[in-house]
Every structure is written in C-alpha cells, then in structure tokens.
Design a protein around this ligand. Structure first.
Ligand SMILES: C[S@@+](CC[C@H](N)C(=O)[O-])C[C@H]1O[C@@H](n2cnc3c(N)ncnc32)[C@H](O)[C@@H]1O
Length: 229
C-alpha cells in the first residue's frame, strides 16, 4: 500500500526532473556549440545562472513601454523577467544567432524575437515603440571597439530620458560607465553575483543627463570605481 502511494509520486517527480535535465542539457550544449562557432560574439561558455538572471530581472521596472533585451542567448534572463511579472508581450529581444532565435521562439511564443544585430537597433525596432529599460547580455568587452561605440550610441538614441540600462560583466571591478566608449550612461548601482559561474557584476546605468538631477547619495558607486577597461 505504501509502495503504491510512494511510486506514482516518485515517477511523476522523476519525469519532471528528467525533462528539466533534458531542457537544461540541450540549452547548455547549444550554448557551448555557439561559443565554439563564435567565442567573441558569445563571450561566455555557459548561460547566465538563475541567480544572475534573477538579480538582473530585479533591477527592471516598466511603465507603459517595453523592455528591450539584447543578446538573450538561451533565454535565462527572459525567463526571470517573465517570472518577475513582466508580460511576454512587453519584451522585445534582439539576438544575432539564428540558433538562439529559434530556441527563444519556441520557449517564449509571446515574446517578439527579432533576428538582428544590436548595432542596427533603431532600424530593427518598430517606430512607435517606447523603451522603458534596456537589458543587455551582450559581451561588450569582447566586441570590437567600433561596434561597442555604435551599440552604445544606439541605446542613447532609442532610449527615453528615464530609460535604465542593465548590463552584466565578468570583470567584477567596479565601473563608472558601461565600457570605454560609453559617453552617454553612468553606473548608478551595481551588485556582484558570486553564485554565478564565473562571478559577475550587474551594472545599472542611467543616462548621464538624468544623473545630474539624482542626489549623489543615490549613486551607489563604490569608492574604488575605475573608468572602464
Ligand atoms: C553571454 S551570451 C548571453 C547569455 C544569456 N544571458 C543566456 O543566459 O543565455 C551573449 C549573447 O549576445 C548575442 N550577441 C552578440 N553580439 C550581438 C549583437 N551584435 N547583436 C545581437 N546579439 C548579439 C550572442 O549571440 C549571445 O546570445
């Protein structure tokens, strides 16, 4: 009798674990394959952990616009944003790898996934879109300087005055801007996620024009902050 009660429960749970392992395993293999094909454009050998994804999602607030996610990869951050309550139809992804685009379409049928380059952001976005936040998993540090410059410029053009940019980096030293070429945003908050592999720093940056109106105490940048790169 006890066995009859015990086994159906275990079997159900085992199937759930097995399914999760297959999904996780196939995402991981896909990530590794994409990294092998183009290491500088992927910038990491594994996807964001759930701790990193959650820390990023927690930094996002939307008003009446959308969240723009750049370089979503296998969708760890997308999933965390949806779990946090951001509706799928308020997320727009721009992803360069067609293999990741396929997986993102399957995982998040309600999210608009655009296959393209973040450097062409303003051409790819519909005209009437209002961007409340930009979430970037782009490996800024491994991209060419000119490309980085163009990407940051696009963020500046498409964002409204109050649009935050959330970016993570495996260089955990504190930064005052997003990258060496960044002339438009200033880091206002940051947090190291030690449980991620490798540990990563989540940077939240606001337009410099807006920072001049924020009180200095709100800018929680550590005293050892250095200019990027
Ligand atoms: C570090 S991975 C993102 C990992 C993601 N957070 C995850 O958990 O799967 C960087 C992603 O940026 C994408 N990417 C790199 N350069 C890009 C560009 N110029 N435009 C759009 N996506 C780009 C890569 O294809 C890759 O999916």
């Amino acid at each position: 009798m006890r066995l009859a009660v015990y086994f159906p429960y275990r079997k159900e749970q085992s199937v759930r674990y097995l399914r999760a392992a297959v999904i996780y395993g196939s995402s991981w293999l896909l990530f590794l394959r994409e990294w092998w094909r183009s290491p500088s454009s992927i910038g990491a050998i594994c996807a964001s952990s759930r701790w990193l994804a959650k820390a990023i999602a927690n930094q996002i607030t939307i008003k009446d616009g959308v969240v723009l996610e750049l370089g979503a990869g296998t969708g760890a951050v997308t999933a965390a944003m949806i779990s946090k309550g951001i509706p799928e139809d308020r997320i727009i992804i721009i992803e360069k790898s067609c293999r990741f685009v396929d997986i993102l379409h399957k995982k998040f049928p309600g999210v608009r996934v655009i296959h393209g380059d973040a450097a062409d952001l303003n051409e790819l976005l519909p005209d009437d879109i209002k961007v409340d936040a930009i979430v970037s998993s782009l490996p800024l540090r491994s991209l060419a300087s000119e490309l980085r410059k163009e990407i940051i410029h696009q963020w500046h053009v498409c964002s409204e005055a109050a649009c935050d940019v959330v970016q993570y980096t495996y260089d955990i030293r504190m930064r005052i801007n997003l990258c060496r070429e960044d002339r438009f945003f200033s880091v206002v908050r940051s947090q190291i996620i030690w449980r991620n592999f490798p540990p990563a720093r989540v940077l939240v940056a606001a337009p410099i024009a807006l920072c001049s109106t924020i009180s200095p105490s709100a800018l929680r940048v550590e005293p050892t902050a250095v200019s990027q790169d």
